[in-house]
Design a binder for this molecule. Structure first.
Ligand SMILES: [Zn+2]
Length: 410
């Protein structure tokens, strides 16, 4: 299709218009040229946003996207929220306005469909920045995956495939925190929601007569719960890399160091690896240093980490040394777990056949990585993978139990 990208025709006093090429299909009915022009508004005023949100309470669906920044921080920083209500596009500047209760009500109302593409991080940032737990999600990437048995498809590719429009990806890596945002950024941000309602209609139609549509909805609902949950749930020290190298006494120290990092990541708002990576914690545990000189032999330990945190580590280590040391059940090395491979293989073929019966892709039902972790948890009596919940667990649990019996009895 020989269709140009929407071109910016006007930008003045906080509003701009994106002129669409004449080939866009908004619906089957005839459109006058004026209807092909979408207005885009930049929202920086609380009362204005409040008024808008109240009008959105009457909508059946809204297309939403966010832009955010997360390089070395634990929490993503919300930089822009785009909403397309089927009539106009609104670019909400969260650096200027907070989320009004009315908007939170819209976002948390499950009866208003919220259309997002690849929504996991958007859900997370809306929760941490606006304290808003979205409901009524329709994730177009997830829908496409259910329908086409394929791994994730990008927004640009999906738009092109379903509508024939070309969307530029140029601004993906631009700085969304800086102000003012450029026209290119605003235009790009608007395009990210512009096609979502059309795509939603097409995908919804394709899903309508399929039995797996219930699983699709369950998956979207679980996204809404799990995103915020992931932020609130502390990581488990038993999942750390190389943790199997530690004995039961040292594991007590490791747990203290690991939990310190968990707390530090949140209070200092830095990624875990930015503070110290898992292997670094394992090294500290084995070595039990009490001076910075000793730290030099630990590979990949950033001088900044040493400067900022070494005193904390020494403190934890010396307190642990003088305390009554708790011993903790060790974590087995996956390589030493007898029958891990055999059980994983058996579970994989079982997942494939359950997937086939239910007409969903087997990697969507349970990823290879989750299957391996599930097998590991069965054989070592440890925590199952996070994917092991909801509709997946409901579909698979009985068969997994049957399979597991054959392996545990032996
Ligand atoms: Zn975007």
């Amino acid at each position: 299709m020989n269709c140009q990208n929407p071109t910016l025709v006007k930008y003045s006093e906080g509003s701009l218009e994106i002129k669409l090429c004449d080939e866009i299909e908004i619906s089957q009915t005839d459109h006058s040229a004026s209807q092909l022009i979408k207005q885009v508004f930049v929202i920086e005023d609380f009362d204005e946003l409040d008024k808008l949100a109240n009008s959105w309470l009457k909508k059946k669906c809204l297309a939403i996207d966010t832009e955010f920044e997360r390089r070395t921080t634990f929490y993503a920083k919300l930089a822009l929220v785009q909403v397309y209500d089927g009539e106009a596009i609104y670019l909400i500047d969260p650096l200027e306005v907070d989320c009004p209760d009315s908007l939170r009500e819209v976002l948390e109302n499950p009866k208003i469909s919220k259309i997002l593409h690849s929504s996991k991080e958007d859900l997370e940032v809306l929760y941490t920045s606006w304290n808003c737990q979205l409901a009524g999600l329709f994730d177009t990437q997830v829908a496409y995956r259910f329908i086409n048995n394929e791994l994730s498809i990008g927004y640009a590719k999906l738009v092109e495939e379903l509508t024939g429009h070309l969307v530029s990806k140029q601004q993906t890596k631009s700085d969304w925190i800086k102000r003012p945002l450029s026209n290119e950024q605003l235009s790009y941000a608007a395009r990210d929601v512009l096609y979502l309602i059309d795509i939603y209609k097409l995908l919804k139609e394709q899903l309508s007569d399929k039995d797996y549509r219930h699983y699709f909805q369950a998956e979207c609902d679980e996204y809404c719960v799990n995103g915020p949950c992931k932020i609130d749930t502390p990581a488990d020290f038993r999942d750390a890399k190389d943790v199997w190298q530690l004995n039961e006494t040292d594991l007590g120290l490791f747990k203290l160091l690991f939990n310190w990092r968990e707390k530090k990541a949140k209070t200092d708002d830095k990624t875990r690896n930015h503070i110290i990576h898992d292997q670094g914690l394992v090294h500290l545990t084995k070595m039990k240093p009490n001076s910075t000189n000793q730290l030099k032999v630990i590979q990949d330990l950033h001088p900044r980490s040493i400067r900022l945190y070494a005193d904390d580590w020494f403190d934890i280590i010396s307190k642990w040394k003088s305390s009554r040391q708790q011993s903790i059940a060790t974590v087995p090395n996956p390589r030493d777990v007898h029958q891990l491979k055999a059980l994983s293989t058996a579970l994989e073929s079982m997942v494939k056949s359950v997937a086939k019966v239910n007409q969903v892709s087997h990697t969507l039902l349970l990823s290879k990585r989750s299957i391996r972790k599930l097998a590991f948890s069965i054989l070592t009596d440890s925590q199952p993978p996070s994917q092991w919940s909801g509709w997946r667990k409901a579909l698979l649990e009985e068969s997994v139990k049957q399979k597991a019996k054959q392996f545990i009895v032996q």
